[in-house]
Design a protein around this ligand. Structure first.
Ligand code: AMP
Length: 236
C-alpha cells in the first residue's frame, strides 16, 4: 500500500499513520519526524532546518525531497509506505510522482484528513509528546491523564510541548498549509486518487473511517473508483 496522508497540522495524520503502520506492517514516513531527528542529532541539515521549523516555515523542497529519496530506498519501505506531512508543496508532489514512477511504484491514494480550523488550533496548542516513548497526548482531552505510566520507563510520561506548537507559530503553520499544501487536494482529486475522511471525533472513530477508505482501495484499485467520500452520516 502506497499512500499519502494529507491534512493541516493537528488533523491527526501522525497518530493515525502510527496505527496504520502497526496494523498494515508498512512504515510511516514523516518528514517532520525525520527533520526533528536531524535537529536532535545536531547535523548540519538539522541545524539549517531548525531555523525554519521554529518559525513555522517550510524547509526547502530539495532538502525534504532528498530525505524522502533516501528513506524510501530502505528495505522496510519495499512493501509500501504511509507518507505523513509529505508532500507539502506542488513541487514536492511532482518530485514524488517522478520518484515513484522511476521505481515503478505509483502512489495509490491520497487521504485528506478533513478538520475544522477551530479544532485544529485546540489540538495543536494542547499537544504534548512523551520524551521517552513518543506517545502524543492532548491536555485538553477529557481522558488526558498526566499520571499514566510510560511503557519505556515505568514512571509517569515525561511530556513536553513541541517548540513549534506555540500560538504564533501555529497560526503561521496553518496559513502556510492553506497557501502551499491545500492546492495538493485539487491535484490528487484531478488524478482520481483523493479520498476525504472526516477527521473529527475520537482516534478510534477516525481510524475506522480511514480503514474503510483503504478497504475501498484494496477492493477497487487505483483510479477514479477510489474517489469516494468517507464520512459518518451523523457526525458529533
Ligand atoms: P510536522 O511534524 O509535519 O508538523 O512538521 C514540522 C515542521 O517540519 C514543519 O512546520 C516544517 O517546518 C518542517 N517540515 C515537515 N515536513 C515538511 C515538508 N514536507 N516540507 C517542508 N517542510 C517540512
Amino acid at each position: 500500500m502506497r499512500i499519502v496522508l494529507l491534512g493541516a497540522p493537528g488533523s491527526g495524520k501522525g497518530t493515525q499513520a502510527q496505527r496504520l503502520m502497526s496494523d498494515y506492517g508498512i512504515p510511516q514516513i514523516s518528514t517532520g519526524d525525520l527533520l526533528r531527528q536531524a535537529v536532535a542529532e545536531g547535523s548540519d541539515l538539522g541545524m539549517r532546518a531548525k531555523r525554519f521549523m521554529d518559525k513555522g516555515e517550510l524547509v526547502a523542497d530539495e532538502v525534504v525531497i532528498g530525505m524522502i529519496r533516501e528513506r524510501i530506498a530502505r528495505p522496510d519501505a519495499e512493501p509500501g509506505f504511509i507518507f505523513d506531512g509529505f508532500p507539502r508543496t506542488l513541487v514536492q508532489a511532482e518530485a514524488l510522482d517522478e520518484l515513484l514512477q522511476e521505481l515503478d511504484k505509483p502512489l495509490q491514494l491520497a487521504v485528506l484528513m478533513d478538520l475544522d480550523s477551530s479544532i485544529l488550533l485546540k489540538r495543536l496548542s494542547g499537544r504534548r509528546t512523551c520524551r521517552n516513548c513518543d506517545k502524543v497526548a492532548n491536555v485538553h482531552h477529557p481522558a488526558f491523564d498526566a499520571t499514566e505510566h510510560c511503557p519505556e520507563t515505568g514512571a509517569a510520561h515525561d511530556y513536553f510541548q513541541r517548540s513549534d506548537d506555540n500560538e504564533d507559530t501555529i497560526a503561521k503553520r496553518l496559513d502556510i498549509y492553506a497557501a502551499q499544501t491545500e492546492p495538493l487536494v485539487a491535484c490528487y482529486r484531478g488524478q482520481g486518487k483523493l479520498v476525504s475522511v472526516d477527521a473529527q471525533g475520537s482516534i478510534e472513530e477516525v481510524y475506522d473511517r480511514l480503514v474503510s477508505a483503504l478497504e475501498t482501495l484494496e477492493r477497487e484499485g487505483v483510479g477514479d473508483a477510489v474517489q469516494v467520500e468517507v464520512e459518518e452520516p451523523d457526525k458529533a
